[in-house]
Design a protein around this ligand. Structure first.
Ligand code: IPE
Ligand code: IPE
Ligand code: MG
Ligand code: MG
Ligand code: MG
Length: 299
């Protein structure tokens, strides 16, 4: 299967699961959710998005022998957290964006209060989903999944990174501080994707750690690529407003080192991520391919 076909199959599985989960139906765990809240949750999480984090999770789980179908629930939980992070990132008091995935942002389509609550709800549901025995029969594995995702999403991960991002607006940050911020705001959830895949598949602690190291570099690469795209791609291709980083004086690698400098650092981060997989053979080729795609993706 080509990478594109594999990505599409994974994205469809995640979309189908989320569509069924986020439903006010008798069999859905969300039965009874206020209609407006559920609609905003659906707006922010369905129809769009590359679904790269669940794909990474499933690819790593596959590397350790897990069937892709067994990785859907954990992948969907991770994607819920990612979607919540985007809903809040777009809020007027954060990046103040009106376009996301080619559509109005949740706050623009509804209102900021509803967007805050939709994000809160997706975040909370992600952990309910992970804790459900259907996600994995072993409670110890489920606990490790919860620990991995909560470490990555919270103040020592994504939320902490978002604080540094906001504080860094208009500031002259050192490259190492920009790196630390990128690794927290974006690298942490990329890291959780790979870590959770390994945990779900029952990989040993050494293998989980190797995935975490790989993800450290891959996550950084992902955000450098996002910053390069913000400066070079069109709003139409991105599905979100281009050129926002410069307009908001964000501290990015592009702002600090220019486009050529950022591309060189992106290549270096990809090389470091691939280097962490040196002990793996061809069975890790799909993982290598998707990490390479981080640098070459069009949006
Ligand atoms: C965008 O993430 C936000 C960042 C962390 C850079 P993605 O580029 O994965 O966004 P979607 O999910 O495909 O829309
Ligand atoms: C967002 O980074 C990272 C998150 C944790 C959501 P950006 O602010 O650069 O993401 P986009 O460009 O709006 O997708
Ligand atoms: Mg932001
Ligand atoms: Mg943003
Ligand atoms: Mg961006």
């Amino acid at each position: 299967m080509t990478l594109a076909d594999d990505l599409a199959a994974s994205a469809t599985a995640i979309e189908t699961f989320l569509d069924g989960y986020l439903a006010d139906m008798p069999e859905s765990p969300l039965l009874g959710t206020p209609e407006r809240l559920l609609a905003a949750m659906r707006h922010g999480s369905l129809a769009g998005g590359k679904r790269l984090r669940p794909f990474l999770l499933r690819t790593v789980a596959g590397l350790f022998g897990l069937d892709p179908a067994a990785a859907v629930r954990a992948g969907a939980a991770l994607e819920m957290v990612h979607c919540y992070s985007l809903i809040h990132d777009d809020l007027p008091d954060m990046d103040n964006d009106t376009l996301r995935r080619g559509r109005p942002t949740v706050w623009a389509a509804y209102d900021p209060a509803t967007a805050i609550l939709a994000g809160d709800a997706l975040l909370t549901e992600a952990f309910r989903l992970l804790a459900d025995p259907e996600t994995h029969p072993d409670a110890g594995i489920r606990l490790q999944l919860v620990q991995s995702l909560s470490n990555a999403a919270g103040p020592i991960g994504m939320v902490g990174g978002q604080m540094l991002d906001i504080e860094g607006e208009g500031e002259a940050m050192a490259l190492e501080d920009v790196y630390a911020m990128q690794q927290m705001k974006t690298g942490a959830l990329i890291g959780a994707a790979m870590e959770m895949g390994a945990i779900l598949a029952g990989a040993g602690a050494g293998e989980v750690n190797r995935m975490t190291l790989c993800a450290f570099h891959a996550g950084l690469a992902f955000q450098i690529a996002d910053d390069i795209l913000d400066a070079t791609a069109s709003t139409q291709v991105l599905g979100k407003t281009a050129g926002k980083d410069q307009a908001q004086e964000k501290s990015t690698v592009v702002a600090l080192k220019g486009l050529d400098g950022a591309r060189a650092l992106l290549d270096a981060a990809i090389a470091d991520a691939l280097g962490a997989l040196a002990d793996h053979g061809p069975e890790a080729d799909r993982l290598r391919e998707v990490i390479g795609y981080f640098a070459s993706r069009p949006a």
